[in-house]
Design a protein around this ligand. Structure first.
Ligand code: SF4
Ligand code: FES
Length: 248
């Protein structure tokens, strides 16, 4: 395949960005999207030009580092697929592909397609942990956890913290991310002791970071590579409301 790429280039947060056009030639259907960008970058380096900066690490849908808004959709719009898992067989010869960074006030641009997602780290630092002493590794049957709770906690724990939910939301809301992180601990016995404090701290930190409010458009769930359910937002709202009423 031969493709035309329109890529957002911006030296840093203080300069104006622009779209630059690049030709990606002889792209194989079995290449991943990031491998295709690697090849484009090799060509740029050979010609003495600045390579396109983009984030990636595991390249197997685990770490949450990859991003990219591809043709207007975070991670490219294939259900349950992170950018690093997206393959070029989903594109057609001669197609033009637009590639942009996550755009949200709380994710300031670093360079080209790289944004700073430290706001997520600070939300986790505010309450996404268990600090009570839960002892050594318990026997599997010593703490009975209802199957529905353990399944839900595992579903929530699948969140990789990529930020696509924020990038897709017209309000740049981080509710799906925060709801997943609050819920996966609040659902389990070890996490219940700090349940109220966790919900309050993480929601307050989310607001302090400048993320917008949720208006339940569902765009976050639609682009989430881990298919985190919108229902976790309702659950977090219940946890937050209960904690507020208790005055904790
Ligand atoms: S909820 Fe989904 S889209 Fe949002 S950070 Fe977690 S994995 Fe990424
Ligand atoms: S690079 Fe790790 S999830 Fe995509």
């Amino acid at each position: 395949m031969n493709l035309t790429l329109k890529v957002w280039r911006q030296s840093n947060a203080n300069t104006r960005g622009r779209f630059e056009t690049y030709e990606a030639k002889d792209v194989l259907a079995d290449m991943s999207f990031l491998e295709m960008l690697d090849v484009v970058n090799e060509g740029l380096i050979e010609r003495g030009q600045e390579p396109i900066a983009f984030d990636s690490d595991c390249r197997e849908g685990i770490c949450g580092m990859c991003s990219l808004v591809i043709n207007g959709i975070p991670h490219g719009g294939h259900r349950g697929t992170a950018t690093c898992q997206l393959h070029m067989r989903h594109f057609e010869d001669g197609q033009t592909i637009t590639i942009e960074p996550w755009r949200a006030k709380a994710f300031p641009l670093v360079k080209d397609l790289v944004v700073n997602r430290s706001a997520f780290d600070r939300i986790i630092q505010s309450g996404g942990f268990i600090s009570v002493n839960t002892g050594g590794t318990p026997d599997g049957n010593a703490i009975p956890v209802p199957k529905t709770d353990s399944d839900l906690a595992m579903d929530a724990a699948a969140c990789i913290g990529c930020g696509a939910c924020v990038a897709a939301c017209k309000n740049a809301s981080a509710m799906l991310f925060v709801a997943a992180k609050v819920s996966h601990l609040n659902l389990l016995p070890q996490g219940k002791t700090e349940k109220d404090r966790r919900a309050l701290s993480m929601v307050h930190q989310m607001d302090a970071e400048g993320f917008g409010n949720c208006t339940v458009t569902g765009s976050c769930e639609a682009v989430c590579p881990k298919e985190i359910s919108l229902s976790f937002i309702a659950k977090m709202n219940r946890d937050y409301g209960a904690a507020t009423l208790k005055g904790k």
